[in-house]
Every structure is written in structure tokens, then in C-alpha cells.
Design a protein around this ligand. Structure first.
Ligand code: SAM
Length: 382
């Protein structure tokens, strides 16, 4: 791997990995020593969590984004946001968002980007600067960012105008959000085991987690436990190793659901993250008959897919269907699917190793939460 030391401004890498610069991939995290299957590589708290849409407000606490109880507490200022507890009510929600919500509700078609911008501009200016250190690729400002900025100007009263509030910062914030937001999904399973409607309840910006690059056969994946009543920091998430990772190897997550077919993955990665994936799996799948030629493959465009959102989706359009050609030699990653992909489409990673460092033989799904025995044993890589 050719690499150089990156500029050390911006988020700090967690201790099991170190930050390098890889030509064509930007900043990247590589293992600073061997990492065990299931080992927690990163625990990260969000810089910012914001609602995915106005329609998510009646279902989730505007502070911690847990599902609301039957008698939620309304915000005494905007009367729109709801909170799950006295604690969340007292911590409240972003002041600029609070001020704007009643006006936004009167125009239900308002862009969800305004929810992000109002939340981001409510952060202390040092946090806004941190957000601006994240990677982006879009060519902005443009007409759309100008329209959004004008809408913000009409929503923010003169006495609440934040520092650095201008069109360029608005455009920059939007470009960072596009590449770096993680989805916090609605619950996947009902209490009776039925699969309930899924979707994004909120988005989060996590500074350190944003340093992980993508691979279509990842060696790590993200777990969140947002509705866990026993976690005080329920929006914190962890990134765990799927299998052993050798010192010096890059640690990657998948930005899209791993079951997606080649063309859909390439389209989504280009559209949302601005790069063409040239991982080992893509090199093999680009040679498959159905992936040759120029015609577009239909899929699952809903215009909302962002980092790992796909892992919570229900639809299977654009997913791989194995043909005879792809079975066996032409499909060397079949093992990955058998061992690390859950029936629900989520990714399976071992539970963390014991304190003595012994890898667990239980695998947990990062979408449906199922924990099951690892039928392939507890050691070794994919
Ligand atoms: C969330 S950031 C990851 C960290 C980023 N490399 C940085 O320098 O901060 C996502 C961006 O990283 C780059 N990236 C991630 N995975 C990549 C890959 N497999 N190949 C090329 N570029 C990649 C793309 O520019 C993408 O928009």
C-alpha cells in the first residue's frame, strides 16, 4: 500500500488504527496492529444528530431520537418537537431548528436539507469548523444551495444569526453532509418478531467514523443501539471487525448494503460519494456477462440513500442473483456471503472477544440484531 502521512487537522483516529493518505482514496485508516474478529475498533459519539424529515418528528424524541412513549413531552417553545423524558426536554433541541419548526410545518414540502442546516448552524462555531474539516467532493455553491441559503435567511431571526453564516458556508456544510452522514434507522423488528416498516429516523455526523473508506467486501461494520433503554449515550455507535485484520491492512466499512449488485453499487457510490470502486470484488464482478455493456440497471433510486442507509432497506431490487456462471470459481466471495451476510441483508460480525482475547463464536446482525452461532468457527479471515 502506498501511503503518506496525512495532514493532522480534523478528526482523531481511534488507537487501533492509524491515519494515512492513500492516493486516489484520500485519508484512510489502517490497522496499527493485528485486530481480532469482533474487536471494537471505534466507539464514536455524534457531533450532530438531526431529524430525517418533518414526518419523523411525531415518532421520535427530538433530543435522543428514541421511539417516543405514548405520552411524550412537547417543547414549551415551538410546541412541535416532542421529548421522551424530562431529561431530554431540559436538554432540548437545536435552537435555530426550534425557532423555525412552526414555519417549516406550514410548508410541508420544505427540503429536509433545511433540518440539517438549522441543526448544524445551531452548533458552537468550533464544532461547525470541525464539521467543515470532513471530506467532500461536490462542486458547490450552486443555484440549489443559493435557494436553501435564502430560505435559511427567512427562517433565522436577526438576533440569532450564527457566526460565519453565509452562502459559501451553507454550500460547504451541504457538501460535507452528503458524503459523511450516517443513517439511524427505524426499528427493524416488531415485538412479535414481524418486520415493521423501515426508513431513516435521523442522520448523524460522526467525525472519526467518517474516516473509514469503503470496500464492497468490508472487514468492519457499524452497530448502533439507538432504542436500547440501558444506554445513556444511545446515539453512540461502534465499528467492529468482521474477522482478523492484519497489521497494515486498511479497515473499511461498506457504504451500501453488501448484497447490492455491481452496477447498483457503482452507481450509488458515484452518485453519493463521487468515486468509482475498484475493490477486488468489483474487479471480478465487472467481468460478469450481465455487467458488460453500457445499459443502466434499474434499481432502488429513492434519492435518499446515504452512508449505510441501505442496510436497513426492505426492497431487494438491484440485489445480486447468483447464476451458474457466478457460482464457484467466478464467485470467490461466496464465502463472505455465507458467513457475514444475514438473511435480512444486514452484516454479521462476531461479538467482541472475551477479556482474555478469545474470539466469540456468536455473530450479531447490525440490522435486525439477531445473534446466532458462527457455523464457520471463530477464527480466521474471509
Ligand atoms: C466518508 S469519506 C472517507 C474518508 C475520506 N477518504 C477522507 O479523506 O476523509 C468518503 C470519501 O472517501 C473516498 N473513498 C472512500 N472509499 C473509497 C474507495 N474504495 N475508493 C476510492 N475513494 C474512496 C471518496 O472520496 C469518498 O467520497
Amino acid at each position: 500500500m502506498s501511503s503518506s502521512q496525512p495532514n493532522q487537522t480534523g478528526p482523531t483516529p481511534p488507537p487501533l488504527v492509524r491515519l494515512v493518505e492513500i492516493p486516489g482514496r484520500g485519508r484512510a485508516l489502517i490497522a496499527s496492529g493485528p485486530i481480532k474478529p469482533g474487536q471494537v475498533i471505534l466507539t464514536d459519539s455524534p457531533l450532530l444528530v438531526y431529524p430525517s424529515s418533518l414526518s419523523s418528528l411525531p415518532s421520535f424524541c427530538s433530543r435522543c431520537f428514541r421511539l417516543l412513549p405514548s405520552q411524550p413531552l412537547p417543547c414549551s417553545s415551538c410546541h412541535v418537537a416532542l421529548f421522551c423524558s424530562v431529561r431530554c426536554l431540559s436538554l432540548s433541541h437545536p435552537p435555530l431548528l426550534c425557532h423555525a419548526l412552526p414555519s417549516l410545518l406550514s410548508v410541508p414540502s420544505s427540503s429536509p436539507d433545511l433540518l440539517f442546516l438549522l441543526s448544524a448552524y445551531s452548533l458552537p462555531s468550533s464544532s461547525v469548523l470541525q464539521l467543515l474539516t470532513l471530506h467532500s467532493y461536490s462542486i458547490l455553491p450552486n443555484e440549489l444551495t443559493q435557494t436553501l441559503h435564502s430560505q435559511l435567511c427567512s427562517l433565522i431571526p436577526p438576533n440569532l444569526i450564527p457566526m460565519n453564516f453565509n452562502h459559501e458556508t451553507t454550500a460547504s456544510l451541504l457538501s460535507k453532509e452528503k458524503v459523511n452522514s450516517f443513517c439511524l434507522m427505524n426499528p427493524r423488528s416488531g415485538t412479535n418478531g414481524d418486520v415493521e416498516e423501515t426508513g431513516v429516523r435521523a442522520y448523524g455526523i460522526y467525525l472519526s467514523a467518517s474516516l473509514f473508506n469503503h470496500d464492497c467486501l468490508p472487514n468492519a461494520c457499524r452497530f448502533d443501539y439507538i432504542d436500547d433503554p440501558n444506554r445513556e449515550n444511545n446515539t453512540e455507535f461502534t465499528i467492529r471487525a468482521l474477522h482478523e485484520i492484519a497489521e497494515g491492512s486498511e479497515v473499511c466499512i461498506s457504504y451500501v448494503r453488501v448484497r447490492r449488485g455491481y452496477r447498483v453499487r457503482q452507481r450509488m457510490l458515484m452518485e453519493y460519494y463521487g468515486f468509482r470502486c475498484e475493490c477486488d470484488r468489483c474487479k471480478i464482478e465487472s467481468q460478469w456477462k450481465e455487467n458488460q455493456g453500457d445499459e443502466e440497471v434499474g434499481g432502488d433510486e429513492n434519492g435518499e440513500e446515504e452512508m449505510e442507509e441501505m442496510e436497513g432497506e426492505e426492497d431487494v431490487e438491484g440485489e445480486m442473483e447468483m447464476t451458474e456462471e457466478e457460482d464457484g470459481e467466478d464467485f470467490p466471495h461466496q464465502y463472505f456471503f455465507l458467513r457475514y451476510v444475514c438473511e435480512c441483508g444486514g452484516t454479521l460480525a462476531p461479538l467482541p472477544p472475551s477479556h482474555g482475547g478469545i474470539p466469540s463464536d456468536l455473530m450479531e446482525c447490525n440490522v435486525c440484531g439477531t445473534v446466532k452461532k458462527d457455523e464457520f468457527g471463530s477464527t480466521g479471515g474471509a
